[in-house]
Design a protein around this ligand. Structure first.
Ligand code: ATP
Length: 238
């Protein structure tokens, strides 16, 4: 089964200073698979994602990506190997255009694999008319789409999305779910989506990894997740 694994994490621990945030995490993501990373505020979702890229916390443990142990591989090189994070704060630059914001994804692209802006507009028709608009002119939902588009430009094998619909209106959340569905159908990539919005996560993923106070407390199908309503009560603020 190991040849069928794109990302495999074992004994992962992550620290901010003296705070031990992620505790002995182990999970995997297969090629083309879409996995929800659920957990309440402060559970450790962002820290776990940043750990995968070595982009913040101090990290110990094993991270196998695409058949190689990537411990010690710098963050940018991880992205060029196909592991890309779209951060929670989106990082849309206000004074450059949408097209330029998306093109910033090119420096971290997989060699010879990057998409063109045209490809991006085909995937995200809503972005094309915004192409020359400045970052500061975008709504929150538009910013989030542009952030996802920038992540996709580099043709990642695994795209990490950190709370992509946080703070967005319900109709915009539905748009985002449709876009993610389109990406899944047309691009050969896997997704790991940190979320607190259960209906969105359910619409976009095949499987659930649930984290609480830095520990993975459930890993399974949505069916198994739903079969144990105590999980929601204990680990998600609903
Ligand atoms: P949210 O939904 O609020 O984004 P999360 O599940 O992503 O929550 P994290 O942001 O990973 O949670 O936070 C996990 C824990 O790590 C929290 O206790 C938080 O206070 C702590 N933490 C996060 N970032 C830092 C930091 N830079 N320095 C110290 N502690 C941090």
């Amino acid at each position: 089964a190991s040849t069928e694994t794109l990302l495999a994490v074992r004994d992962l621990n992550a620290f901010y200073g003296g705070s031990h945030i992620i505790r002995n995490a182990a999970f995997s993501v297969g090629p083309g698979e879409s996995v929800a990373l659920l957990g309440r505020n402060g559970a450790g979702k962002t820290t776990l994602m940043k750990s995968l890229l070595d982009a913040g916390p101090r990290v110990e443990g094993e991270i196998m990506f695409d058949g190689a142990d990537i411990a010690g591989v710098p963050t940018d090189e991880r992205s060029r190997r196909g592991l890309m994070l779209v951060p929670e704060d989106r990082r849309i630059y206000p004074n450059i255009s949408v097209g330029e914001n998306i093109e910033l994804g090119r420096h971290a692209a997989r060699a010879g694999k990057a998409l063109s802006l045209k490809d991006i507009f085909t995937l995200f028709p809503l972005i094309e008319p915004l192409r020359d608009r400045a970052g500061y002119q975008l709504s929150g939902g538009q910013q989030q789409l542009v952030a996802v588009a920038r992540g996709l430009l580099g043709a990642p094998r695994l795209l990490l999305l950190d709370e992509p619909v946080e703070g967005l209106a319900p109709v915009v959340v539905q748009d985002m779910a449709r876009h993610i569905e389109r990406i899944r159908q047309t691009q050969d990539l896997a997704l790991l989506i940190a979320e607190q919005n259960l209906s969105f996560a359910r619409a976009c993923t095949d499987r659930v990894v649930l984290i609480d106070t830095g520990r993975i407390v459930f890993d399974g199908t949505w069916e198994d997740f739903d079969a144990d309503p105590g999980l929601k009560e204990r680990y998600l603020a609903v």
